[in-house]
Write a protein that binds this ligand. Structure first.
Ligand code: RBF
Length: 173
C-alpha cells in the first residue's frame, strides 16, 4: 500500500492530487475568490469550478463568493464553514510581492487563519493562494507550466470531503 503510493508519487511530475473521482453524493462546496489580481484569480476560479463539475458536483451545489482581496478570505470562509452547509470551502487568491512587506503579513496571517477555521469548524478549508514574486510566476500556476492551483485546491477539497465521509462512518471516532 505504502510502496504503491510512493511509486505513484515518484512517477508523476507533480505530487499534486489532481486526479479526482466523483465527489461524495450530495456534497456541497463553497469557493471564496479574491478580486485582487483578478486576471489570475479568475483562472483559478474557472479551474476550481470545472474540477468540481468533472467530479459530478452540479452547479446548484457550488456557491461562489467574491471578496476584495486575499486578506478578506478568512472572514468569508469562516462564515461559510460555520454554516454547516458545505463539505469544504475552497479559498483562492494571488498575492504578488511588491516593494513593501505587505505580502508577508497577508500570506502568513491568511494561511494561519484558514488552517484555524478548518480545524475549529471541522470543515476542510483549502489554501489556494498563490504567494509569488511576480505576475509571470502567478500565470505559470494558473494554467501555465506549473498547472492550475485552483484545480488542485478543488481536487483536495473533494478528497477531504471523501475522507470526512469515511471518518464519519467509524464508530470508534
Ligand atoms: N490583495 C491580494 O489579494 N493580492 C495582493 O497582491 C495584494 N497586495 C496588496 C498590497 C498592499 C500594499 C495592500 C495595502 C493591500 C494589498 N492587497 C492585496 C489587498 C488586501 O488583500 C486587502 O484586500 C486590503 O488590504 C483591505 O483589507
Amino acid at each position: 500500500m505504502h510502496a504503491l503510493t510512493n511509486s505513484a508519487a515518484r512517477m508523476s511530475k507533480s505530487a499534486a492530487p489532481t486526479a479526482v473521482g466523483p465527489a461524495p453524493s450530495g456534497s456541497c462546496f463553497a469557493i471564496v475568490c479574491a478580486k485582487w489580481n483578478s486576471e489570475i484569480t479568475d483562472r483559478l476560479l474557472a479551474a476550481a469550478v470545472e474540477t468540481l463539475k468533472r467530479a459530478e458536483v452540479g452547479e446548484d451545489r457550488i456557491t461562489v463568493v467574491r471578496v476584495p482581496g486575499t486578506f478578506e478570505l478568512p472572514v468569508a470562509a469562516s462564515r461559510l464553514a460555520s454554516s454547516g452547509r458545505f463539505d469544504a470551502v475552497i479559498c483562492l487568491g494571488v498575492v504578488i510581492k511588491g516593494d513593501t512587506d505587505h505580502d508577508r503579513y497577508i500570506n502568513a496571517s491568511v494561511a494561519h487563519a484558514l488552517q484555524t477555521i478548518g480545524c475549529e469548524t471541522g470543515v476542510p478549508t483549502l489554501f489556494g493562494v498563490l504567494t509569488v514574486n511576480d505576475f509571470e510566476q502567478a500565470a505559470e500556476r494558473a494554467g501555465g507550466r506549473h498547472g492550475n492551483k485552483g484545480e488542485e485546491a478543488a481536487a483536495a477539497a473533494i478528497e477531504m470531503a471523501q475522507v470526512l465521509r469515511t471518518l464519519a462512518k467509524k464508530e470508534w471516532l
